[in-house]
Structures are given as structure tokens and as C-alpha cells.
Design a protein around this ligand. Structure first.
Ligand SMILES: [Fe+2]
Length: 135
């Protein structure tokens, strides 16, 4: 079973090109993970994609945080706090599966879909709207 692919379209755009580019990359990695799990690929390959998704997400969050600082975003602390929680939750999932010696499941992929789109469609839209005014 394959969780539906995430299709990039305008509904995911935060109207700031450099952030959209990062988000596209994350969506691509999510889809890669989704297919690898759906195709029952090797465990170490799936783990490598998850690790890449985590690394890219951390890098991307630092990027957003830099923009927030540069443009004096009033929601900086709250947004950064959400980033930290998101990283904690994906790392917790990674740790848990490692400890159990288990594969990433379709349920995990579904969890990650909400994990990713929830933040883009919520908190990042507010940031995008702000940056569109000031950049
Ligand atoms: Fe963000």
C-alpha cells in the first residue's frame, strides 16, 4: 500500500521563492520515502532517506529562522519552538523504530505527511505573508 504522493502545487506555496524551493525538496524526499516504504525496499535504504529528510528539514528550519531574524518577524520565538517540536517528533519516531529494529511503516509515512504539510500550510503561511510585505 502506498500513501498518496504529495503533489506540489500553488496551495503549498508560501509565496516566497527561496522557502518554496526548500519545501519542494522536502516534498520530493517525502515522496521518495513513501515509494521506498510502499515498494518494501531495504531497511537501511529507507533509513537513509529518513535521515536525509531529517537533515534537510533541520537545514531548512535554520534557513527560515535566519530570514525571520533578518526581517524582525514578530512570531520568531513561537515559530522556532514549533520547529524544535517537529524535529523532536521525527527524531523520536526514528529512534523508536531503530530501538524496535522495525521498518518505517505506512502509518509512519502518513504521520510524516501531516507532520510536513501541517507546518507548511499553517505556520509557514503566516511567515510567508509577513515576508511578502517586507522583503
Ligand atoms: Fe517553518
Amino acid at each position: 500500500m502506498l500513501v498518496k504522493d504529495l503533489i506540489w502545487d500553488n496551495t503549498l506555496s508560501v509565496q516566497i521563492q527561496e522557502i518554496d524551493e526548500d519545501h519542494r525538496r522536502l516534498v520530493d524526499l517525502f515522496n521518495l520515502l513513501n515509494h521506498a516504504v510502499g515498494d518494501d525496499e531495504r531497511k537501511d535504504y529507507i533509513e537513509a532517506i529518513l535521515e536525509e529528510l531529517i537533515s534537510c528539514t533541520i537545514w531548512h528550519f535554520r534557513h527560515e529562522e535566519r530570514l525571520m531574524l533578518k526581517y524582525d518577524y514578530p512570531g520568531y520565538s513561537e515559530h522556532k519552538k514549533e520547529h524544535e517540536e517537529l524535529i523532536d517528533s521525527i527524531k523520536a519516531l526514528q529512534q523508536q523504530r531503530k530501538q524496535e529494529g522495525k521498518h518505517i511503516t505506512n502509518n509512519d509515512v502518513e504521520f510524516l505527511e501531516h507532520w510536513l504539510t501541517g507546518h507548511i500550510l499553517g505556520t509557514d503561511m503566516d511567515l510567508g505573508a509577513y515576508l511578502s510585505e517586507v522583503m
